[in-house]
Design a protein around this ligand. Sequence first.
Ligand code: GSH
Length: 218
Amino acid sequence: MIKLYGVPLSNYYNTIKLSLLEKGIDFEEVMSPPNQEADYLAKSPMGKVPCIETSDGFLSESSAIMEYLEETHPAKPLLPTDAYARAKVREMNKVLELYIELAARRHLGSVFFGAPRSAEATEEVRPLIEKGLAAVKQLGSFDPYFCGGDFSYADIFGFYTFGLANMLTQAVYEWDIVAEVPGLGATMELIGSRETTQTVNTAMQAAMDAFMEQKKSA
Ligand SMILES: N[C@@H](CCC(=O)N[C@@H](CS)C(=O)NCC(=O)O)C(=O)O
Protein backbone atom coordinates (compact mmCIF):
# COMPACT_ATOMS: atom_id res chain seq x y z
CA MET A 1 0.00 0.00 0.00
CA ILE A 2 1.25 3.51 -0.78
CA LYS A 3 2.49 5.49 2.22
CA LEU A 4 2.05 9.26 2.13
CA TYR A 5 4.53 11.22 4.25
CA GLY A 6 3.83 14.76 5.38
CA VAL A 7 1.51 16.93 7.44
CA PRO A 8 -2.06 18.11 6.83
CA LEU A 9 -1.03 21.76 7.13
CA SER A 10 0.89 21.45 3.87
CA ASN A 11 -0.85 22.48 0.67
CA TYR A 12 1.39 20.12 -1.31
CA TYR A 13 0.64 17.22 1.02
CA ASN A 14 -3.08 17.94 0.65
CA THR A 15 -2.73 18.03 -3.13
CA ILE A 16 -1.37 14.49 -3.14
CA LYS A 17 -3.82 13.27 -0.51
CA LEU A 18 -6.74 14.56 -2.61
CA SER A 19 -5.23 12.98 -5.74
CA LEU A 20 -5.04 9.60 -3.98
CA LEU A 21 -8.60 9.91 -2.70
CA GLU A 22 -9.94 10.96 -6.11
CA LYS A 23 -8.22 8.03 -7.76
CA GLY A 24 -9.53 5.63 -5.13
CA ILE A 25 -6.02 4.44 -4.29
CA ASP A 26 -5.51 2.84 -0.86
CA PHE A 27 -2.90 4.69 1.14
CA GLU A 28 -1.62 5.14 4.65
CA GLU A 29 -0.65 8.53 6.07
CA VAL A 30 2.67 8.84 7.89
CA MET A 31 2.78 12.06 9.89
CA SER A 32 6.17 13.52 9.17
CA PRO A 33 7.07 17.21 9.20
CA PRO A 34 9.62 18.39 6.64
CA ASN A 35 13.12 17.88 8.03
CA GLN A 36 16.77 17.52 7.17
CA GLU A 37 17.46 14.26 9.03
CA ALA A 38 19.51 11.78 7.00
CA ASP A 39 16.80 9.16 7.32
CA TYR A 40 14.17 11.47 5.80
CA LEU A 41 16.53 12.90 3.17
CA ALA A 42 16.99 9.35 1.91
CA LYS A 43 13.26 9.34 1.17
CA SER A 44 12.78 12.95 0.05
CA PRO A 45 16.11 14.46 -1.06
CA MET A 46 15.19 18.08 -0.26
CA GLY A 47 13.60 17.12 3.04
CA LYS A 48 10.27 18.50 1.87
CA VAL A 49 6.81 17.03 2.16
CA PRO A 50 5.07 15.25 0.67
CA CYS A 51 6.82 12.14 -0.45
CA ILE A 52 5.34 8.75 -1.10
CA GLU A 53 6.61 5.25 -0.57
CA THR A 54 5.52 2.86 -3.29
CA SER A 55 6.33 -0.75 -4.15
CA ASP A 56 8.81 0.79 -6.63
CA GLY A 57 10.52 3.02 -4.03
CA PHE A 58 10.27 6.55 -2.67
CA LEU A 59 9.17 9.55 -4.71
CA SER A 60 9.08 13.27 -3.89
CA GLU A 61 8.02 16.43 -5.77
CA SER A 62 4.27 16.75 -6.11
CA SER A 63 4.16 17.10 -9.90
CA ALA A 64 6.27 13.92 -10.31
CA ILE A 65 4.04 12.12 -7.82
CA MET A 66 0.89 13.19 -9.70
CA GLU A 67 2.32 11.93 -12.99
CA TYR A 68 3.33 8.64 -11.37
CA LEU A 69 -0.15 8.14 -9.90
CA GLU A 70 -1.71 8.90 -13.29
CA GLU A 71 0.48 6.37 -15.07
CA THR A 72 0.13 3.64 -12.48
CA HIS A 73 -3.59 4.20 -11.84
CA PRO A 74 -5.11 5.35 -15.13
CA ALA A 75 -8.61 3.97 -14.39
CA LYS A 76 -9.82 7.21 -12.80
CA PRO A 77 -7.95 9.77 -14.94
CA LEU A 78 -7.04 13.19 -13.63
CA LEU A 79 -5.54 14.31 -16.95
CA PRO A 80 -7.49 14.57 -20.22
CA THR A 81 -6.93 11.91 -22.89
CA ASP A 82 -6.00 14.34 -25.68
CA ALA A 83 -2.27 15.20 -25.70
CA TYR A 84 -2.79 18.94 -26.15
CA ALA A 85 -5.45 19.10 -23.43
CA ARG A 86 -3.13 17.17 -21.09
CA ALA A 87 -0.36 19.64 -21.81
CA LYS A 88 -2.71 22.55 -21.07
CA VAL A 89 -3.46 21.11 -17.61
CA ARG A 90 0.29 20.79 -17.00
CA GLU A 91 0.81 24.34 -18.27
CA MET A 92 -1.82 25.64 -15.86
CA ASN A 93 -0.21 23.79 -12.96
CA LYS A 94 3.24 25.11 -13.82
CA VAL A 95 1.93 28.69 -13.90
CA LEU A 96 0.12 28.13 -10.60
CA GLU A 97 3.23 26.74 -8.98
CA LEU A 98 5.80 29.25 -10.24
CA TYR A 99 3.87 32.50 -10.34
CA ILE A 100 1.19 32.11 -7.66
CA GLU A 101 2.29 29.52 -5.09
CA LEU A 102 6.02 30.14 -4.98
CA ALA A 103 5.56 33.90 -5.23
CA ALA A 104 3.05 34.04 -2.36
CA ARG A 105 5.10 31.52 -0.34
CA ARG A 106 7.73 34.20 0.22
CA HIS A 107 5.32 35.61 2.81
CA LEU A 108 4.76 32.30 4.63
CA GLY A 109 7.39 32.96 7.28
CA SER A 110 6.10 36.40 8.22
CA VAL A 111 2.41 35.50 8.12
CA PHE A 112 2.56 32.19 9.98
CA PHE A 113 5.92 31.78 11.69
CA GLY A 114 6.72 35.14 13.23
CA ALA A 115 9.53 36.07 10.81
CA PRO A 116 9.98 39.77 10.04
CA ARG A 117 8.17 40.94 6.91
CA SER A 118 10.60 41.58 4.10
CA ALA A 119 10.13 44.92 2.35
CA GLU A 120 11.78 43.46 -0.71
CA ALA A 121 9.35 40.54 -0.86
CA THR A 122 6.40 42.85 -0.22
CA GLU A 123 7.42 44.91 -3.25
CA GLU A 124 8.39 42.05 -5.57
CA VAL A 125 5.69 39.49 -4.93
CA ARG A 126 2.60 41.48 -5.84
CA PRO A 127 3.57 42.31 -9.46
CA LEU A 128 4.63 38.70 -10.01
CA ILE A 129 1.29 37.42 -8.76
CA GLU A 130 -0.50 40.01 -10.93
CA LYS A 131 1.22 38.51 -13.97
CA GLY A 132 0.45 35.01 -12.75
CA LEU A 133 -3.21 35.89 -12.32
CA ALA A 134 -3.36 37.29 -15.85
CA ALA A 135 -1.93 33.99 -17.11
CA VAL A 136 -4.40 31.96 -15.03
CA LYS A 137 -7.26 34.05 -16.46
CA GLN A 138 -5.99 33.49 -19.98
CA LEU A 139 -5.46 29.76 -19.58
CA GLY A 140 -8.45 28.83 -17.41
CA SER A 141 -12.04 28.30 -18.43
CA PHE A 142 -13.62 27.89 -14.96
CA ASP A 143 -16.53 26.29 -16.76
CA PRO A 144 -16.99 24.77 -14.35
CA TYR A 145 -13.45 23.54 -13.64
CA PHE A 146 -10.04 25.15 -14.07
CA CYS A 147 -9.44 23.61 -17.51
CA GLY A 148 -12.94 22.93 -18.80
CA GLY A 149 -15.72 20.46 -18.17
CA ASP A 150 -13.69 17.72 -16.50
CA PHE A 151 -12.23 17.68 -13.00
CA SER A 152 -8.45 17.36 -13.34
CA TYR A 153 -5.13 17.78 -11.59
CA ALA A 154 -5.42 21.52 -12.28
CA ASP A 155 -8.40 21.62 -9.91
CA ILE A 156 -6.58 19.70 -7.21
CA PHE A 157 -3.41 21.74 -7.42
CA GLY A 158 -5.28 25.00 -8.05
CA PHE A 159 -7.53 24.52 -5.02
CA TYR A 160 -4.66 24.18 -2.56
CA THR A 161 -2.51 26.76 -4.31
CA PHE A 162 -5.16 29.46 -4.11
CA GLY A 163 -6.21 28.28 -0.65
CA LEU A 164 -2.78 29.10 0.73
CA ALA A 165 -1.78 31.98 -1.57
CA ASN A 166 -5.02 33.84 -0.91
CA MET A 167 -4.50 33.64 2.86
CA LEU A 168 -1.04 35.13 2.38
CA THR A 169 -2.05 37.93 -0.02
CA GLN A 170 -4.97 38.87 2.20
CA ALA A 171 -2.70 39.03 5.23
CA VAL A 172 0.01 41.08 3.52
CA TYR A 173 -1.86 43.21 0.97
CA GLU A 174 -5.51 42.81 2.02
CA TRP A 175 -5.81 41.45 -1.49
CA ASP A 176 -8.31 38.70 -2.39
CA ILE A 177 -6.67 37.08 -5.39
CA VAL A 178 -9.49 34.57 -5.93
CA ALA A 179 -11.87 37.47 -6.56
CA GLU A 180 -9.49 38.74 -9.27
CA VAL A 181 -10.22 35.80 -11.59
CA PRO A 182 -13.74 35.71 -13.01
CA GLY A 183 -15.36 32.36 -12.24
CA LEU A 184 -12.60 31.15 -9.93
CA GLY A 185 -14.63 31.66 -6.74
CA ALA A 186 -17.41 29.38 -8.02
CA THR A 187 -14.85 26.81 -9.19
CA MET A 188 -13.19 26.85 -5.76
CA GLU A 189 -16.58 26.29 -4.12
CA LEU A 190 -17.37 23.44 -6.46
CA ILE A 191 -14.04 21.73 -5.75
CA GLY A 192 -14.47 22.39 -2.02
CA SER A 193 -17.89 20.74 -2.03
CA ARG A 194 -16.53 17.34 -3.12
CA GLU A 195 -16.64 14.66 -0.44
CA THR A 196 -12.96 13.88 -1.05
CA THR A 197 -11.94 17.51 -0.63
CA GLN A 198 -13.97 17.77 2.56
CA THR A 199 -12.13 14.75 3.97
CA VAL A 200 -8.81 16.46 3.28
CA ASN A 201 -10.00 19.82 4.56
CA THR A 202 -11.36 18.42 7.83
CA ALA A 203 -7.87 17.16 8.70
CA MET A 204 -6.30 20.40 7.46
CA GLN A 205 -8.64 22.52 9.59
CA ALA A 206 -7.97 20.43 12.71
CA ALA A 207 -4.23 20.86 12.13
CA MET A 208 -4.67 24.60 11.55
CA ASP A 209 -6.72 24.97 14.76
CA ALA A 210 -4.06 23.11 16.74
CA PHE A 211 -1.32 25.26 15.17
CA MET A 212 -3.16 28.50 16.03
CA GLU A 213 -3.80 27.31 19.57
CA GLN A 214 -0.13 26.49 20.02
CA LYS A 215 0.88 29.89 18.61
CA LYS A 216 -1.44 31.67 21.06
CA SER A 217 0.01 29.89 24.06
CA ALA A 218 3.64 30.27 22.92
N1 GSH B 1 8.46 21.34 -4.86
C1 GSH B 1 7.89 20.63 -3.74
C2 GSH B 1 7.46 21.64 -2.71
C3 GSH B 1 6.96 21.00 -1.43
C4 GSH B 1 7.04 21.97 -0.28
O1 GSH B 1 7.48 23.11 -0.41
N2 GSH B 1 6.59 21.50 0.88
C5 GSH B 1 6.71 22.32 2.06
C6 GSH B 1 5.52 22.12 2.96
S1 GSH B 1 4.06 22.83 2.22
C7 GSH B 1 7.96 21.88 2.79
O2 GSH B 1 8.27 20.71 2.87
N3 GSH B 1 8.67 22.87 3.34
C8 GSH B 1 9.87 22.66 4.09
C9 GSH B 1 11.10 23.09 3.36
O3 GSH B 1 10.98 23.83 2.37
O4 GSH B 1 12.18 22.70 3.78
C10 GSH B 1 6.71 19.77 -4.22
O5 GSH B 1 6.20 20.06 -5.32
O6 GSH B 1 6.31 18.82 -3.54
